[in-house]
Design a protein around this ligand. Structure first.
Ligand SMILES: NC(=O)c1ccc[n+]([C@@H]2O[C@H](COP(=O)([O-])OP(=O)(O)OC[C@H]3O[C@@H](n4cnc5c(N)ncnc54)[C@H](OP(=O)(O)O)[C@@H]3O)[C@@H](O)[C@H]2O)c1
Length: 394
């Protein structure tokens, strides 16, 4: 029996994780479920998974849920409690599925404690990839990607010499606006942007998919996970989301991993790689699909991936700013404060505004993160993101 802490249990990846744990009750038990504000969902999860602990990182949500959990389930509140649940001696594995860089301290605590970590929370690696992977290596922690593309790469790399890899290619669905007239993007609503054609995901990542920031963040994530230089990392549009990634070797061979788009597959793989688990996803019927399409990303309309290539060639402060400004702009769009097309303008301004310096400690990560968030918020309030960039980041 593996004892698991799920960070972000109340979210979309949390739901896929609960599904796999319930299918394999003989293999997994919940040590702690960690949520933020979604009290109703946490009650449901506590009923079905019977964890030893529930943590609501939001204090008010913790007060609300108090006294309503099943008998024997203990309650804690706050991020420090979440961190304690991630590093507890009784925990074998942590699913890191909070959204945003706020998830970094708990995921990092799990890694430092030498746990197997299923990593969905890509913002951890974008903001602190160097520190995170170094900590994992020092503690002997296994970091298994949950992002479907990275889980695919992980599978295509097994048994192969890393030095023989010539390219890693992540596929991108292209999001809901892949075929949209660019002139109409200014007016799209958060409801339209969140409606992903292939995946059912949380709001933030759905907007990231629509702007293609998700693929940009994933390239930076891949860089750290697989220790690959930026020039070996690419993305291509694949509207069906069936081929999740490809690894090309120097002899010209490409290995790909294919599956129906259902996050339960990579979640199951992260929970137990070998032997494989039944994930419950629909079997892939290639004849029914009939075709698989691929096309290049138009970076005049979706500049995020091009920008990520620039970011990866800078010092780490720029990646922190890239992520932080995106989190601020993504939320501002969802709240109706800026148009869709402003998200990338805010990010580009933040990337050119931050000092390009190395980041060697978590304190420095948070200081850059804070600076970039303030910078992005000011840009949004003053609408300065509309001004042309004076210092080019490209
Ligand atoms: N969904 C997918 O298919 C998918 C695929 C690949 C990678 N990912 C990555 O996985 C992560 C989670 O995505 P998701 O789609 O599952 O997101 P989601 O559905 O929005 O869930 C986010 C989770 O994080 C918690 N959370 C939100 N704000 C928090 C805060 N300030 N402090 C602590 N916890 C907080 C939420 O708690 P409450 O709901 O209780 O407030 C929820 O449990 C993201 O990094 C995303 O990029 C997701």
């Amino acid at each position: 029996m593996k004892s698991i802490t799920v960070l972000g249990a109340t979210g979309s990846i949390g739901a896929s994780t609960a599904d796999i744990m319930l299918r394999h009750r003989d293999l997994f038990t919940a040590y702690a479920l960690v949520g933020h504000r979604n009290v109703a969902r946490m009650r449901e999860l506590a009923e079905t998974l019977h964890p030893q602990w529930v943590v609501m990182t939001d204090e008010e949500a913790a007060r609300e849920i108090k006294g309503t959990l099943p008998e024997g389930v203990r309650l804690e509140a706050g991020m420090d409690a979440a961190i304690a649940m991630a590093e507890a001696d009784d925990v074998d594995m942590v699913m890191a599925a909070m959204v945003g860089s706020v998830g970094l301290p708990a995921a990092l605590a799990a890694v430092k404690a030498g746990k197997r970590v299923g990593l969905a929370n890509k913002e951890c690696l974008v903001t602190a990839g160097r520190l995170f992977m170094r900590a994992a290596s020092e503690a002997g922690a296994d970091v298994v990607p949950v992002d479907s593309e990275h889980a695919a790469v992980h599978q295509c790399l097994i048994g192969h010499d890393r030095g023989s890899v010539s390219r890693i290619i992540l596929t991108a669905s292209g999001g809901p606006f892949r075929d949209r007239d660019p002139a109409t993007l200014e007016a799209v609503t958060p409801e339209e942007a969140v409606a992903h054609p292939n995946w059912d995901m949380g709001a933030k990542i759905s907007i990231d998919s629509a702007t293609m920031m998700n693929k940009a963040l994933e390239l930076i994530e891949a860089r750290w996970l697989f220790d690959m230089p930026p020039e070996k990392l690419e993305a291509v549009i694949h509207p069906q989301s069936i081929v999740h990634a490809l690894v090309e070797y120097r002899d010209g061979s490409m290995l790909a991993q294919l599956a129906e788009p259902d996050m339960r597959a990579p979640v199951a793989y992260a929970l137990q790689t070998d032997p494989r688990l039944n994930s419950g996803i629909t079997a892939l019927d290639l004849a029914r699909h009939g075709r698989l399409d691929f096309k290049a990303i138009d970076d005049t309309v979706f500049p995020a991936v091009r920008l990520a290539q620039t970011v990866m060639r800078c010092h780490d402060s720029v990646a922190v700013a890239f992520n932080a400004a995106n989190e601020v702009a993504n939320q501002a769009f969802r709240q109706g404060h800026i148009p869709f097309t402003a998200i990338l303008k805010v990010v580009e301004h933040a990337v050119s505004g931050i000092e390009d310096v190395s980041v060697d400690s978590l304190d420095q990560v948070w200081s850059c993160d804070h600076e970039a968030r303030q910078f992005a918020a000011t840009l949004i309030d003053s609408r300065k993101y509309l001004e042309p960039l004076t210092v080019s980041s490209a």
